[in-house]
Ligand binder design. Sequence first.
Ligand code: DGJ
Length: 740
Amino acid sequence: MQIIFHESSRTFHLQNNDISYIIKVLPNDQLGQLYFGRPVRDRENFDHLLEMNHRPMTSYVFEGNKMFSLDHVKQEYPSYGTTDFRHPAVEIAQPNGSRITNFTYHSYSISAGKPALDGLPATYTEQDDEAQTLTITLRDELLGADLELSYTLFADRAALARSARFTNNGCMDLHLTTAMSLCLDLPDMNYEWLQFSGAWSRERHLKTRRLEQGIQSVESTRGTSSHNHNPFVVLKRPETTEFSGEAIGFSLIYSGNFLAQAEVDTWNTTRMTMGINPFGFDWKLAPGEAFQTPEAVIVFSTTGLNGMSQTFHKLYQKRLARGYWRDRARPILINNWEATYFDFTEDKLVRIAEAAKNDGVELFVLDDGWFGERCNDFAGLGDWFANTDRLANGITGLAERIDALGMKFGLWFEPEMVNKDSDLYRAHPDWMICTPNRRASHGRNQFVLDYSRKEVVDYIYGMMSKILSEAKVSYIKWDMNRCITEAYSASLPADRQGELFHRYILGVYDLYDRLTTNFPHVLFESCASGGGRFDPGLLYYAPQGWASDDSDAIERIKIQYGTSMCYPISSIGAHVSVVPNHQVFRVTPIETRANVAHFGTFGYELDLNKLTEEEREKVREQIRFMKQYREVLQFGTFYRLISPFENSNFASWMVVSEDQKTALVGYYKILNEVNGPYHRVKLCGLNPEFSYCVDGESVHYGDELMHIGLLTTDGAAGELTPDKRKSTDFDSRIFVLHAE
Ligand code: DGJ
């Protein structure tokens, strides 16, 4: 890994074994993008890569020069209106009404490692030799503003982290209305765009389309990263598969309103921008103030989508997630939500916990309904003290009973919300986000606290830390169940209202930061009505997230498959729930429910007392299996094998241990087949030299399993599956491979 500056050609070359990224100071002193892709040999001068041409109807920067136009030069952090007409990375509204900016090269510095981003989640290094960071300072003399572009190149990863920081050193108020985290101009449009979209209970479904001239984008305007779109997109070559070809992943480490956009211009170049959504964004930068954008990560793969995902998984698992739980296999939990909803007593909860303990579960999680006057979803949010009608001995008493069973205890909070029927609202009605003299819309009968206000965050921290200090709480599920409407803060002046959405998220990060710092052994699981805020920003604080409220095994295959494109398996909250399923009312075998949830953090979302003894025995076996293999399942190398988005009836994925001696292959069939074809699935990541024993039965070399495949045929009418069961609809299997 090296970052080189060639003074004579004013060229930066960021280079490691996987990537070259070349930047040049352009003739007008702005920054140009010359190349991003596979590594190339360094040279003093890459000026030949600067493509310029005389074109009709083009505006040019210098009088007398008909070649240099920003309209068709690839740039690093472009602005609009000085010959470039594409969407910019930066726009600043100035006191005289102008929005024209001109950030030109001033200086650079290169440092070992990676500095932290103040108040924002970001990737990090533990040793200085893990990465180098290039900071290029640009200056707009007229505005008196500096712009620092930061590029961190990791030593052994095909990954580049970028962000931007603005400082107002002048004497005018500036308003940042666009401040993207990255811009990457690519020389052609021969890409497919992959996005991860959906809705509540249908999160992160993979959608693919060809890039075309014009704009394609995904965004959030909801105050959360959202169920609807994820702050992650991929550009891949049309011929790229899961295992071969070029793919570029773009991921924003942010949990609020975002925009990810590809603009293809009339000459077929592609401008990718990603950052805080400029829609509704207006950040006042008064003299002396600075603004730091969130970080965006670019991953480059020449080994297809699997290669890209593995780079994201390892980076996010080891250098984004943090703390005590980062490298630890996650406890198997039972959550009472789908078992009881709001209808519980202390004894009922303890009975659920007892059964779970008996079957091997390690952590009991009490979900919504334990606090204030919370008997339904009209009341209580904001009152983070136990409802003693239900829990006579409070949280402390319940936690002690769970502890006495030999289990850990976890608790649900929804710290950003308030119901009007709550002590908090009655005491502080002005703490709720709403616009003066306008109706305040509700979501699930609740309203959003103004987390841009420090006193609000302080107050909630006080309530939560009291419980965490008094009771033995090992885990927190942090929920968030509505979007932000009528966005307005009573504490911000008129010319700062456009800051609210971002300030809100900074408040969320602040509370997460205080809690994780002061209670470092507590495991946090993020949640927002399922996967409404499943993003890298929260992964920095909470190493796992509840992936979706849809707990149906068949639905979950797509959700977890899409999620795995960016996020590691150790981050994917996945549970076995009851049948008929509460979201789609489908009945699936308990084996399949576990076979899907095993590729996640694993737990149960039901009352085990209500299962038959035969089912209980299966549960015990599932838990034994998870305890035996969770290190590999959660921290092994993950491969997607058969896509449920391409194959309507089958899906498959697998994990391989670091030493390649253990592999687990999840294989899922939606509907049974009559007299169907033979099926084989080609495995990945095995050692071709090793001979693997499959399920303790047949033995095959790794090369055979990878090149010829693993026979998975089942389901012909009346036939038995290899594990001697009759195959059914919604059947599945996990093949266990051990190298002999
Ligand atoms: C939404 C979450 O996703 C569920 O798991 C559950 O915690 C409910 N909220 C409780 O209100």
